[in-house]
Ligand binder design. Structure first.
Ligand SMILES: [Zn+2]
Length: 96
């Protein structure tokens, strides 16, 4: 999660799902500073790592899109006159 280069530290974006992802934070002198930098930039702490604001926005948009698709797909109710009534009538006729 934390990149190290020439004694400089930067926090890497965990997901990089967005095309415009910044990939990593600014290189700082210490891990603490690197973490402060992403906090200052409002990156989201996922618990396992940090997600840059651009990727977080992309993830949120995808979640909303998925929810809308799910709702519009919904469970289909069978149409009336799906054959059940006919079968029932036929059954009754046979009995009579
Ligand atoms: Zn990102």
């Amino acid at each position: 999660m934390i990149l190290q280069k020439d004694n400089q530290y930067a926090v890497e974006c965990q997901t990089k799902v967005s095309k415009h992802c910044v990939q990593q934070g600014e290189y700082c002198d210490s891990e603490e500073d690197a973490l402060l930098w992403v906090e200052y930039e409002c990156w989201i702490d996922s618990g396992e790592g940090w997600i840059c604001t651009t990727c977080h926005e992309t993830i949120m948009n995808n979640m909303v899109k998925m929810r809308i698709e799910k709702e519009s797909a919904g469970p289909k109710k069978p149409d009336r006159g799906d054959g059940l009534d006919n079968d029932l009538e036929k059954g009754i006729e046979t009995v009579l």
